[in-house]
Design a protein around this ligand. Structure first.
Ligand SMILES: [Zn+2]
Length: 242
């Protein structure tokens, strides 16, 4: 056996597997390696003691996963709200074309395949503000009464103190032990069935301030398809974040 030759062959084999993606290495006090894919960037977290070659092997062995993840992120990015004139936005699970209409009065019109944003000198930022004011107005108009009706049906009306709106970074709804339910107005972009599930989720917290089996049994009694909507949110919520 010629050791030199075999190690050379090994080296060539490794190079031919060179990942077609760039990645950055962040070293730290950790025991194992991990690879993260964020948007279109690949990052490897590695302990201080591992060699460059070990990192390379690690990345190579995870390449199918990395490529799948990158493709998935690219697909998600293509579905994010694009508020340029001619861009696109998912509204109630319909992909609508964004159309700017130059007008003094700000308003939003939803057509079959188009969302028209009216305003003066619209930019994507300005259109985003017009759209969000419209979503907040929709939320104010619809969510308190829908919340109140369900709370009363479940005989929890006495515990519901108020419904407020806030755009938080990671949450669609929130319920405090004091009986205040908070919604993120961006949920108005979601299909109505998903909004109903979210209302149900928060109202049921008026009885159970946890996610215990009793809590889920109560959710199930008024929203038997809740698992579907939880899954919908997990899969599609990137379409809603403005
Ligand atoms: Zn909850």
């Amino acid at each position: 056996m010629i050791v030199g030759d075999s190690s050379l062959a090994d080296g060539i084999a490794k190079r031919s597997l060179t990942p077609p993606v760039d990645y950055t290495v962040v070293r730290g006090r950790r025991k194992t390696m991990a690879v993260l894919v964020r948007h279109q960037a690949v990052e490897v977290r590695a302990p201080l003691f591992v060699t460059q070659a070990q990192i390379h092997d690690f990345v190579t062995s995870h390449m199918p996963w990395i490529l799948r993840k990158l493709a998935h992120k690219a697909e998600q990015d293509a579905q994010r709200p694009d508020l340029r004139d001619g861009g696109s936005l998912y509204y109630k699970a319909r992909k609508l074309r964004v159309h700017f209409v130059s007008a003094a009065a700000e308003r939003v019109e939803v057509m079959a395949d188009e969302i028209r944003i009216h305003g003066r000198a619209l930019s994507p930022e300005r259109a985003g503000r017009v759209l969000q004011r419209w979503l907040l107005a929709q939320a104010r108009e619809q969510l308190p009464s829908r919340t109140r009706a369900l709370a009363e049906y479940l005989q929890l009306g006495g515990r519901l103190k108020e419904v407020v709106f806030r755009k938080t970074r990671s949450k669609w709804g929130h319920c405090t032990s004091g009986g205040r339910i908070q919604y993120n107005w961006l949920i108005m972009l979601a299909p109505d069935a998903v909004i109903d599930y979210m209302i149900c989720h928060e109202v049921c917290h008026l009885r159970h301030m946890n996610h215990s089996p009793q809590y889920w049994a109560l959710v199930e009694s008024v929203c038997p398809d809740h698992r579907r909507y939880v899954r919908w949110l997990r899969t599609h919520e990137h379409r809603l974040w403005l």
